[in-house]
Design a protein around this ligand. Sequence first.
Ligand code: C2E
Ligand code: CA
Ligand code: CA
Ligand code: CA
Length: 280
Amino acid sequence: QAKATGAGSVFYTQSLADDLHRRQRVSDRFKLALESDMFHLVFQPQVRLEGGSFEGCEVLIRWRDEELGAVPPSEFIPIAEELGLITKLGEWVLSQTCRHMSDWAARGLSVPGRVAINISAQELMSSGYVANLEDTVASFGCDPSAFELEITEHGLMQDILAGKEILNELEDLGFRIAIDDFGTGYSSLSYVKHFSADQLKIDLSFVRDMMVDPASNAIVAATIAMAEKLGMQSVAEGVETKEQADALKAMNCPIAQGYYYSRPLDAQDFEDTWLIPANG
Ligand code: C2E
Ligand code: CA
Ligand code: CA
Ligand code: CA
């Protein structure tokens, strides 16, 4: 027990204990949730800024726990990584995504462009990852070219050669690669120097601030210009207002995603609102 030297450190010790307690609770419940399939997926459309056409979607995981209520992925993904369970969770996300896609396809519905799933670097670097991914996608009768894998730079930069090899294998199989949260890491620029990708997702923190903060505005504009020069498609994340959409369009950003267009929707709402019958 830390010795309290004043009111401040008593408070600190208490809140640290609360944090640890919460973390332990989330870990315990998470293990149960993974055993009993307590997650579900939501889908958020991506649209072309010029003309507004529907160009694809991102899949995001949701967990509503009986005791803890809704736990956000920003809280439980790091815990899954720490517990060594992120690979298992990733497999669940992939197979569940494939299940929805094959179900839609069977009913003549399809997502135009790509369905993007988030891959933790730890998952990507785990042994047998590429073979498992290929097998799962094939077992649902899906095609790799229907998928985009969103990867943050965290982790991949630690072993550039191994990372490159995996990304190359994935691209050879037909998967698309997106660099997620661009601009937030320590090494964003060296990342794009070393790794090629199809899409570059501008982190929502820059989009959020771009109308009020000149630095964020400059970063967004420069990122869009750089992506274009490098042959990557930029996607602006977290677009919430018409003003942001107009400014991004004026900067020649091709694609946007955010609450201004749609919240992430559960499978049924997404289907009803966005999916188009293949034969009219
Ligand atoms: P991300 O990949 O950067 O996902 C974008 C986040 O922004 C999502 O939060 C989404 O709900 C939110 N968002 C979308 N539009 C807007 C907007 O207009 N304004 C604001 N403020 N937010 C918006 P979410 O779903 O809570 O996910 C948080 C993070 O958790 C994700 O960030 C991703 O890193 C991770 N994550 C989510 N699902 C998965 C998954 O299936 N696997 C893995 N490995 N990570 C996931
Ligand atoms: Ca993402
Ligand atoms: Ca992101
Ligand atoms: Ca993020």
